[in-house]
Design a protein around this ligand. Sequence first.
Ligand SMILES: [Fe+2]
Ligand SMILES: [Fe+2]
Length: 265
Amino acid sequence: MKESFTSVYEWALNVLEEPNPEKKVRLSIDTNTVGISLKYLSRRIAAPTRPARPNFPLLLQPRDMPRRSTGQKGRVAFVHALAHIELNAIDLAWDMILRFGPELENTTFIIDWIKVAKDEAQHFQLLSRRLIDFGQSYGDLPAHDGLWEAAMKTSHDVLDRLAVIPMMLEARGIDTTPAAVDRIKSSNDMKTALVLEEIYHDEIEHLRIGVFWFEHICNARELDPIATWRYLVGHHLNSKPKIPLNVEGRCQAHMSPEYWENWCK
Ligand SMILES: [Fe+2]
Ligand SMILES: [Fe+2]
């Protein structure tokens, strides 16, 4: 590791303020070689409300998104939508560090989310390369801003953020990915299926990290994690996890069935 002492919060801010997706990815993957200082974790730097983004893709309201086509065109739209989610996920991991790191002052918390940011950057790279294989690139299709809207709703408290982003929205991805992989395999696109399988395994680990910190902070605040999670999900999303759930994947991530049993129908 090079002798360099950029504070982890300065690094997080650099990534969030970088509009170019390729540079954002590079900054998130290069963390092993640049030397980020994990000292002075209580020193707060203001987090931007929104990360910097390229001019394209156009961001639309979810209801204004074009209907997804079938066949290869539909698959390209699906890969593009996933790439957009992954770009958001890079920023969400750095935002977690910058916004909530100072109050927790916990090195393991920071290291966990640096690892998540790096994985998300690799996911974006895999998907955007796949788009290039299809003769397209990230930004060619519109995308929606639902994920960052959920981030903004939960920017005031780390428990709200963990309950909604990893434990609800990322967990939803874990529920739906196995069927998406089967669908893509049945259209003989093994390369995309392999990419999704690789991402799936990392997302289980991200959910595990989310659940771990949610429960750790609930314990510190003497809150019941199950009741707190249900309250926060209902409050911010006005919804419950949609059946069928991927119980095996969720359990691998140490998300106990108690979270949803007798709650989701
Ligand atoms: Fe991801
Ligand atoms: Fe993730």
